[in-house]
Design a binder for this molecule. Structure first.
Ligand code: IPM
Ligand code: MG
Length: 369
């Protein structure tokens, strides 16, 4: 089969990590008889430099015309880059938000999985890690504070900023259904996270999740307040299977979940709508401090490409091959700098570890698919 993949890759470490994901995809293509066509799409800082806009209508149309979009990273250093002197709606991140909204990508899947081999990079104590953990954060992606009305104005001589948090029951229901469906394919447990002790939007969230849960009697579910969830993620991450939550809470909790796995450089993500289309991107940012140095971890992007194979192209065997290749490379001891074992980790680990750069990591994985 032939597949059209839009590629967004120019900011920060984007070009380096996307090149490795393409390398792995092309290897899959060769081995399993598929052809992947890539089309560059401008978004973020590179688009601002070229067109003055973080995402043009032409770029949105190009994304819509693709079967899926693979994205590296967007944005730069928020204190030094000239992009951040522009008004908010002209900054790199506005391009990503516009793309999510334009393509109705309401369901954001962020798996957080602790690889056996990376226990040494996990900042949690051995007794907390136990047999490891494997959770899926289901983050609502096109509503809430991110897309509510906002303004900054002067009221009686005092500058005042307002952001609004709105959800309707339909927006909650469709993400809740996705969350329960994913749970059915996993360990059948949903933890719905909200702030129902304070927010109306969370009280509605809870009600709609409870209604939705009735359609999935095999799935056990619980409600958890977001502050408690932040604590539980470091206290006992094993308890979680699917974490279902709204946009802003999901943004924060997914960074936390990624850190407890040892590195944000390991985490993939998929943003999906009601069709087979998906936007696939690593959970980490553009990391401008290490851009161009050849040391960024490409694994999150490679695993995002695996999610693309699975969710958009229905190529499960091929997705498994990529994921297994990543596991093998880790088992053989290869590490980028961000996932080196911490110094306190056992010496047995330290002897077998080989530090590699971005390109070598991509080569190693491609050779094992
Ligand atoms: C993420 C990022 C984005 C978000 C930024 C870049 C706008 O942090 O995908 O988690 O807040 O959603
Ligand atoms: Mg984030």
């Amino acid at each position: 089969m032939e597949y059209q993949i839009g590629v967004i890759s120019w900011d920060g470490i984007g070009p380096e990590i996307v090149a490795e994901a393409k390398k792995v995809l092309d290897q899959i293509g060769e081995k399993y008889g598929h052809v992947f066509h890539y089309k560059e799409i401008l978004m973020g800082g590179c688009s601002i430099d070229a067109t003055g806009e973080p995402l043009t209508e032409e770029a949105v149309a190009a994304a819509k015309a693709s079967d899926a979009v693979l994205m590296g990273s967007i944005g730069g250093n928020t204190s030094t880059s000239p992009w951040y002197r522009l008004p908010p709606e002209k900054r790199p991140e506005a391009g990503l938000l516009k793309l999510r909204k334009s393509l109705n990508l309401f369901a954001n899947l962020r798996p957080a999985y602790l690889y056996e081999e990376l226990k040494g990079a996990c900042p949690l104590r051995e007794d907390i890690i136990g047999a490891g953990f494997d959770m899926m954060i289901m983050r609502e992606l096109t509503g809430g504070l991110y897309f509510g009305e906002r303004r900054t104005e002067e009221k009686d001589g005092v500058v005042t900023a307002t952001d609004t948090l709105t959800y309707n029951e339909n927006e909650i229901r469709r993400i809740a259904k996705r969350g329960f469906e994913i749970a059915m394919k996993r360990r059948k447990k949903v933890t719905s996270v909200d702030k129902a002790n304070v927010l109306d939007s969370s009280r509605l969230w809870r009600r709609v999740v409870e209604e939705t849960a009735k359609e999935y009697p095999e799935v056990s579910y619980e409600h958890m307040l977001v502050d408690n969830c932040a604590m539980q993620l470091v206290k006992d991450p094993k308890q979680f299977d699917v974490i279902l939550t709204e946009n802003m809470f999901g943004d924060i909790l997914s960074d936390e979940a990624s850190m407890v796995t040892g590195s944000i450089g390991m985490l993939s993500s998929a943003s999906l709508n009601d069709t087979k289309f998906g936007l696939y991107e690593p959970s980490g940012g553009s990391a401008p401090d290490i851009a161009g140095k050849g040391i960024a971890n490409p694994i999150a992007t490679i695993l995002s490409a695996a999610m693309m194979l699975r969710y958009t192209f229905d190529l499960d065997k091929e997705a498994d091959a990529v994921e297994n290749a990543v596991k093998r490379v880790l088992a053989e001891g290869y590490r980028t700098v961000d996932i080196l074992p911490q110094e306190s980790a056992g010496t047995k680990d330290a002897q077998t570890i080989v530090q590699v750069g971005t390109k070598q990591m991509g080569d190693l994985i491609a050779a094992r698919v």
